[in-house]
Write a protein that binds this ligand. Structure first.
Ligand code: ADP
Length: 243
């Protein structure tokens, strides 16, 4: 392992110059793919996640279909070119696990009972990885579902809080993730305020955990604002097209 970089500078700022409670620049575009029923591109700084939704459509193979609701299938995948060293395109254990936790987070907001026997397929492709790919991917997936017109009780916005040099920091990048003391990715439904994904690597005291969750909620609120603006832009564009 290479030498640990200084993650918190003497002036209290982070390796990339951010304040502890500052997000990376968030950019969101909705409806970016023509062939998908819904899509979204979400960038948290250098992390770029693309999500595409197909469906509701007839579940194939038939035996996976459910009589009372749609099956939600989620694939989280990192493109081979997304990391500094080429990543094998074959699905890793990590990707299989992340696909599952992201699916469970999305299942808590999608009204699957509206589409018995159908499938809703969500593909998350990480185009560039710099920490927080599961949370950016989760945000992209919920926006792509909304873009596909799938009925949902809320969106899901993801963000990760970390701890570096004993200080809690919002929206950690890869260096902070690798060399920091904790990584707490969270998925929150921004209107109901339900927590739909929560994982912790590393160690936090109960008090730090409470503060970290408060930071996550504040970060989610800011990302949600950018997401709403992106949805608004998409609908304005649609209105222009039908004029
Ligand atoms: P997350 O991306 O949700 O933070 P991890 O904590 O597992 O998930 O990964 C942290 C970061 O480490 C990723 O965002 C990525 O930049 C890097 N990373 C993860 N897996 C790989 C891999 N197989 N090859 C290279 N870099 C990786």
């Amino acid at each position: 392992m290479s030498e640990k970089p200084v993650l918190l500078r003497e002036d209290g700022l982070r390796v990339d110059g951010r304040r502890p409670d500052e997000l990376r620049p968030v950019r969101i575009a909705i409806g970016v793919l023509k062939n998908a029923n819904g899509s979204a591109l979400v960038e948290y700084g250098n992390t770029k996640a693309l999500a595409a939704v197909y469906g509701p459509r007839e579940a194939m193979p038939k035996h996976i279909s459910l009589p009372d609701r749609a099956v939600l299938r989620v694939r989280y995948h990192m493109a081979p070119f997304s990391t500094s060293e080429r990543k094998s395109p074959a699905p890793s254990r990590r990707e299989i696990e992340l696909s599952k936790v992201i699916r469970e987070a999305l299942e808590s907001v999608v009204f699957t009972t509206q589409y018995p026997r159908a499938s809703i397929d969500v593909f998350i492709e990480i185009l560039q990885a710099d920490g927080g790919t599961r949370t950016a991917g989760l945000t992209a997936a919920s926006l792509a579902l909304a873009d596909a017109g799938i009925p949902m009780k809320d969106l899901v916005i993801g963000v990760a809080v970390g701890k570096v040099g004993g200080v809690l920091v919002l929206d950690i990048n890869e260096l902070e993730d690798e060399y920091g003391e904790a990584d707490l990715p969270v998925g929150i439904a921004p209107n109901t305020n339900e927590i739909v994904l929560l994982q912790l690597n590393g160690v936090l005291t109960p008090e730090e955990f409470k503060q970290a969750m408060e930071m996550a909620f504040k970060g989610v609120e800011q990302i949600y604002k950018v997401a709403k603006e992106a949805m608004y832009r998409k609908y304005l564009k649609m209105l222009e097209e039908v004029k």
